[in-house]
Design a protein around this ligand. Structure first.
Ligand SMILES: C[S@@+](CC[C@H](N)C(=O)[O-])C[C@H]1O[C@@H](n2cnc3c(N)ncnc32)[C@H](O)[C@@H]1O
Length: 645
């Protein structure tokens, strides 16, 4: 868009004041005029609204691993939460100058995402109804992704690139959306990732799909960083290639004779032949949609420099982060699945060949463990940790949680902390007034001082436990005094839409579901009751090889969800999965095995594992579908219960 001069702005304003029409010429400048063509579907929002209406969620530090000196004030970030809200938070960080590449350019240099493909759906009814449902799900998926793409564009540095990994079912719709969001001229290429090891699908004899597509865009065509990639041509293929492609280079030797030298390295084209991960591959960590490191190696080397920021906000098992780490890039990873988070935590901590960021020139500086990274919660918070923060940090978190501007000001000698829209906000200092409570008398007093100097709304953020009444607001004269409670979820009058909780999978099939969570919540540790005993290994008894198994029989599992409307769940209904670390070191949970609720259900909710697996103490994490955890440690001696018949 062309910028208007001051003169023009004045002219337009005066025309508007006089109620006169604006000249046609301004149409293209003032309005986002229609594109020549675009993808139309129900529920497509304006980009401006997406950017403005998405709420940012504060990042709560959970733990920094590999404590030590992080390079120049930066520590890599692993974030648990819905990525849309997290992207808004990251965008604020970019605007505050906190996201910079190695050369100081603001933003992230490279984004790679491998979003869920939104294919699984349950249907009842006719084929027509199914087709219709499919369309609705398709439109929803596209808008889900488009919203994230809009933020990713804003987050990229001016010379950055984005790679979006898709399959043949939805890929071409997304291409059209990417053209809209990033501009068709910034489209670089469609990479075909061909995996020759795909086993032909007998149910689909017409050309088994053995490729994914990866759409590659620059933020600004011609301005992006791109390091050409080569691959080695195996010697036995060379002769043929020369014949077909004429890949020959004429050189002169010292005596001036022409010699023909064959390239043993060739520029990588847009078809990448890289096997998909086999079950037996050393890289395999058992995460359902894990991608090979070779794929990310190529992308990261092509479109970033050592020390640059690489972002993957559908991080899954952490392939992007692990490769970025090994190549000396800095990284940010986001995922809304607990399984993904623990998988990544383990994967990163087990890296032994991380490249030294301080010395990126020395290509071969391997043999190093991964650099420090911090795990954050975004949207699902630990209230105990918040309460224990020093007041200044608590205040900062509280203001961010309710999207308030941090701006101290004074009205009638009362110190206030910020604004929500145009209205003042007070963060109740429960630490200073140890015994003070926030009751109706407190509001009366405030109103005596402030009453005629404030507008229709006034906000007080306070710990729920300090508030002595149940109403969302108290009305005094023309002003409503709203109470924003921590921990609490939502006030319908000010949050213009309902919150939806983050959702955890209950089976392996669900791991790749799209999750669209809005708002924030506080961790509520579920109630878990189990019997622990030793049993003969199932199915082995008949063979006479009676090896022993530990059994955790879950008898009771209940989530405690704070909600306006009471939510009723049956026993065990909200269980998502159980994760085990067989040799817990007393500090870091190191995921060894996961049991999905749907599998446990078929097995009477018995978690069974070989007795021999247990080394010292084990850590068990029970997770509910909202992402809440209950943790416990046990030793073999605890498995002393009796099996109930
Ligand atoms: C296809 S997997 C990514 C796999 C990854 N490329 C790898 O190599 O392991 C997609 C991931 O997106 C996550 N996801 C889905 N919706 C999300 C959301 N709204 N925010 C953050 N992560 C999300 C899922 O939990 C899943 O782990």
């Amino acid at each position: 868009m062309r910028k208007l001069s001051e003169q023009e702005i004045e002219r337009i304003v005066s025309l508007l004041r006089e109620g006169r029409p604006l000249p046609e010429d301004y149409k293209a400048i003032l309005f986002d005029t229609r594109k020549e063509y675009e993808l139309v579907y129900a529920g497509k929002e304006r980009e401006e609204d997406i950017l403005a209406d998405t709420m940012a969620v504060p990042l709560q530090k959970v733990k920094t691993f590999r404590n030590g000196n992080s390079s120049n004030g930066w520590t890599n970030m692993l974030i648990f939460g819905d990525n849309l809200q997290v992207l808004k938070t990251l965008l604020q960080m970019k605007q505050e100058g906190k996201l910079k590449n190695a050369d100081g350019t603001p933003g992230v240099r490279l984004v790679y995402i491998d979003p869920p493909f939104a294919t699984k759906q349950e249907f009842r009814g006719s084929q027509d109804q199914k087709a219709y449902q499919d369309k609705i799900a398709g439109a929803r998926f596209l808008e889900f992704l488009r919203k994230r793409l809009v933020f990713l564009r804003e987050l990229l540095s001016e010379d950055g690139s984005i790679y979006v990994h898709l399959d043949w079912k939805k890929g071409h719709y997304v291409k059209v959306l990417m053209d809209e969001v990033f501009g068709e001229k910034n489209f670089q290429n469609e990479v075909t990732w061909y995996y020759p090891n795909k086993i032909p699908d007998k149910r689909k004899p017409m050309f088994t799909s053995a490729a994914d597509m990866i759409l590659f865009y620059a933020k600004n065509d011609g301005n992006q960083l791109f390091v050409p990639q080569y691959y080695a041509v195996p010697p036995h293929k060379r002769a043929r290639e020369i014949k077909i492609n004429g890949i020959k280079q004429s050189l002169k030797d010292e005596k001036g004779n022409v010699i023909h030298q064959v390239y043993d390295k060739r520029l990588v084209d847009c078809v990448w032949t890289i096997p998909s991960l086999a079950g037996t591959s050393g890289e395999q960590i058992g995460y359902p949609t894990q991608k090979p490191e070779a794929l990310l190696d190529r992308i990261i080397k092509a479109s970033s420099n050592p020390g640059d920021l690489v972002l993957d906000c559908f991080a899954g098992s952490g392939t992007t982060l692990a490769v970025a780490e090994k190549l000396g890039r800095r990284w940010i990873g986001v995922d809304c699945g607990k399984l993904a988070i623990y998988t990544m935590q383990k994967r990163l901590l087990n890296i032994t060949e991380s490249k030294d960021l301080e010395d990126p020139q020395k290509e071969k500086k391997y043999g190093k463990s991964c650099k420090p990274f911090t795990l954050y919660n975004a949207g699902l918070y630990d209230y105990k940790m918040i309460k224990e923060l020093p007041f200044e940090q608590y205040r900062d978190f509280a203001l961010k949680l309710f999207q308030c501007r941090d701006e101290r000001h004074e009205i009638a000698k009362i110190e206030l902390d910020g604004y929500l829209g145009a209205d003042s906000v007070l963060v109740f200092n429960y630490q200073k007034h140890k015994n003070a409570v926030l009751d109706k008398g407190y509001i009366d007093d405030l109103h005596k001082y402030l009453g005629d100097r404030i507008g229709r709304r006034f906000f007080i953020i306070a710990p729920a436990a300090s508030v002595q009444f149940l109403e969302d607001y108290i009305e005094k004269g023309k002003t409503k005094y709203f109470i924003l409670r921590i921990p609490y979820s939502i006030i319908e009058e000010i949050h213009n839409r309902g919150f939806t909780k983050i959702k955890q999978p209950v089976s392996e099939m669900d791991v790749n579901d799209t999750v669209d969570a809005v708002g924030f919540d506080f961790i509520q540790v579920p109630t878990v009751e189990c019997k622990y005993f030793i049993d003969d290994k199932k199915g082995q008894w008949e063979l006479g090889r009676s090896s022993k198994e530990c059994v955790i029989k879950i008898e009771k599992f209940e989530s405690r969800v704070i909600s306006r409307k009471p939510l009723e769940f049956a026993n065990l209904e909200t269980l998502s999965m159980v994760m085990l670390d067989y040799d817990f070191d007393g500090e870091v949970f190191d995921l060894d095995e996961v049991f999905y609720a749907e599998d446990l259900k078929k097995n009477d909710y018995e978690v069974r594992f070989a007795k021999d697996n247990v080394k010292g103490q084990i850590m068990i994490i029970y997770i509910d579908i909202f992402g809440n955890e209950k943790r416990e440690t046990k030793t073999l001696a605890d498995f002393n219960g009796k099996r109930k018949k």
